[in-house]
Design a protein around this ligand. Structure first.
Ligand code: C5J
Length: 231
């Protein structure tokens, strides 16, 4: 049977990623004010948000090119119901710094849906047609309809970006891997509060022949992206 699906080779580690634009979605993880802005969840846990803010510009650039190519993008947000009924007591206990999940902070209740801090940063606001997946956990597949949405669109590959590399990005890539998706992670578009975790997190994805997927750079993906929607 002839295979007329456009495929493009993108430089990556451990070897080139065979990019199929028609079957690939951009999945932007948790680029929320609570993680990236002063006064949010991350900041209140004592983290340096500037480590994550360097990912904003590359994500903006990639998302714009992705949209221009007519490809499918989705966004996720980590957060909980206002009544916190979906917040495991263990997560509440362990996430407790100066202010914990559900407590009041400068951007409303921390990691609670509908609050200002839960919103996606203004630079990366979703457009109509780009599903927003609200997730109570670290992985984007757990307790969400993400897998069904991707299956209905014929998606087999994911470009996974966002924050944080070793927590929600990693958990999602691992979940995706077990569900049969190929994941490409552009290193400049993912961030960790901890430089050593950024490094280790990326190495773990591409180790052992790409045990969880591929690691590359957004400039190589951008160079390969069809600019006229001819996928
Ligand atoms: C964390 C996330 N780090 N989005 N969440 O708690 O990675």
């Amino acid at each position: 049977m002839p295979n007329d699906v456009l495929t493009l080779e993108v430089p990556a580690e451990p070897y080139a990623f065979t990019f199929e634009p028609a079957h690939c979605a951009l999945l932007i993880i948790d680029m929320q004010r609570d993680f990236l802005e002063p006064g949010g969840f991350g900041d209140r846990l004592g983290n340096d948000v500037s480590q994550l803010r360097r990912t904003i510009a590359p994500n903006v650039h990639l998302l714009a090119a992705w949209r221009a190519a007519g490809l499918f993008a989705l966004h996720t947000r980590e957060g909980h119901r206002a009544d916190l009924a979906d917040l495991p007591p263990s997560k509440k206990r362990r996430g407790r710094g100066e202010t914990g999940i559900g407590d009041h902070g400068p951007m409303g209740r921390i990691l609670v849906r509908g609050e200002a801090g839960h919103e996606i940063i203004p630079e990366l606001l979703p457009m109509t047609g780009e599903p927003v997946i609200d997730k109570p956990g670290k992985g984007a597949f757990w307790a969400t309809d993400l897998h069904a949405i991707l299956q209905h669109r014929g998606i087999r590959q994911l470009v996974v970006t966002g924050v944080t590399t070793e927590v929600c990005v990693h958990t999602t890539v691992r979940e995706a891997n077990d569900r049969g998706y190929d994941c490409f992670v552009p290193e400049d578009c993912v961030g960790s509060y901890f430089p050593e975790f950024q490094d280790c997190g990326l190495r773990m994805i591409k180790a052992q022949g790409g045990i969880f997927g591929w690691v590359g750079h957004s400039r190589d993906l951008l160079a390969a992206l069809p600019s006229d929607g001819s996928r």
